[in-house]
Design a protein around this ligand. Structure first.
Ligand SMILES: C[S@@+](CC[C@H](N)C(=O)[O-])C[C@H]1O[C@@H](n2cnc3c(N)ncnc32)[C@H](O)[C@@H]1O
Length: 282
């Protein structure tokens, strides 16, 4: 299986766990019914479906991604949902969006802005804000925490302190580049009425098959290649607890409970003085 195919599969398998959290975040944005918006870095398109649900049948969502393979998968999902009239996809770069100034009502981006050095947060947010009309919303969602190994806080803390555990933050980076400082990114990008809110997802034993598979995928995605940074003792505990074939696999514990959080940051595109004058009839 290619890396992209494996990535698509991991996103699909983990979706049942993530979807309720992302739906709650999108609902909290209160996007106007009938509005038109952008899902920047849309990946496999699952969130475009939720955004379309939020704006209703008169609204429209454009999913944009740099990966043709992900877009192809996304189109298949939307076609199967019978929503090709409401959701379209476009290959493109979030750093140079193929849309005119102020042509959209809102822009959404999950786990993309600030996720690599190639996508510096402030210029990327400025580009998202450029294509949104005055008063429209720009929102990003970031993965912000997890507790997946109940009863093993030290092991989990050490996993979180590895390079993959810290990612996309890089040890030694400026504190302001951490995604939980995104309010500062929004303000620096000129957005107004900036706000933040955290949404919690979780699962507990007995786990339905699809949630068990989702948690297995999450364990694999969260700490890839972390073993090399662990002590021999921690590595052995990690393998014992986190490998599905192990008799001590943590998801099979009868009292297993896990939760994670995603945090949303959002702001409004400044209303231009001319637009204010028009609104008040000057
Ligand atoms: C971590 S995935 C998140 C996907 C989806 N938003 C989600 O939350 O499931 C990051 C996505 O951003 C896309 N991406 C990365 N760089 C990009 C760029 N410069 N322009 C557009 N999309 C980009 C990737 O192809 C990938 O689909």
């Amino acid at each position: 299986m290619s890396d992209t195919a494996a990535y698509i599969q991991a996103l699909e398998v983990s979706n049942p766990l993530l979807e309720p959290v992302i739906r709650s975040a999108i609902q909290a944005l209160d996007l106007p019914p009938g509005s038109h918006g952008l899902d920047a870095g849309c990946g496999i398109g699952r969130q475009a479906l939720l955004l379309a649900e939020a704006v209703g049948p008169a609204g429209h969502v454009t999913g944009l991604d740099i990966s043709p393979a992900l877009l192809q998968h996304a189109k298949g999902i939307v076609q199967m949902a019978g929503l090709l009239h409401q959701i379209s996809f476009q290959a493109g770069d979030v750093r140079r969006l193929p849309f005119g100034d102020g042509t959209l009502d809102w822009a959404w981006s999950s786990c993309c802005v600030g996720y690599s050095a190639a996508l510096p947060p402030v210029p990327t947010l400025q580009e998202l804000a450029r294509v949104v009309r005055s008063g429209g919303t720009v929102a990003i969602l970031v993965w912000s925490s997890e507790n997946l190994l109940p009863g093993y806080p030290l092991l989990e803390a050490r996993l979180k302190a590895t390079t993959p555990g810290l990612a996309p933050f890089v040890a030694g980076s400026q504190p302001e580049s951490h995604c939980l400082r995104a309010l500062g990114w929004f303000r620096a990008a000129g957005l107004e009425a900036c706000a933040a809110r955290t949404f919690v997802g979780g699962a507990h034993a007995p786990l339905r098959s699809e949630l068990r598979q989702a948690l297995i995928a999450l364990l694999e995605m969260r700490w890839p290649n972390a073993e090399a940074e662990l002590t021999a003792e921690d590595r052995s505990a990690y393998r014992r607890l986190c490998r599905p074939a192990s008799p001590d696999f943590i998801l099979d514990q009868r009292d297993y409970y896990a939760f994670f959080t995603c945090s949303m940051f959002w702001g409004q595109v400044a209303v231009a003085p001319l637009a204010i004058a028009n609104q008040v009839g000057l």
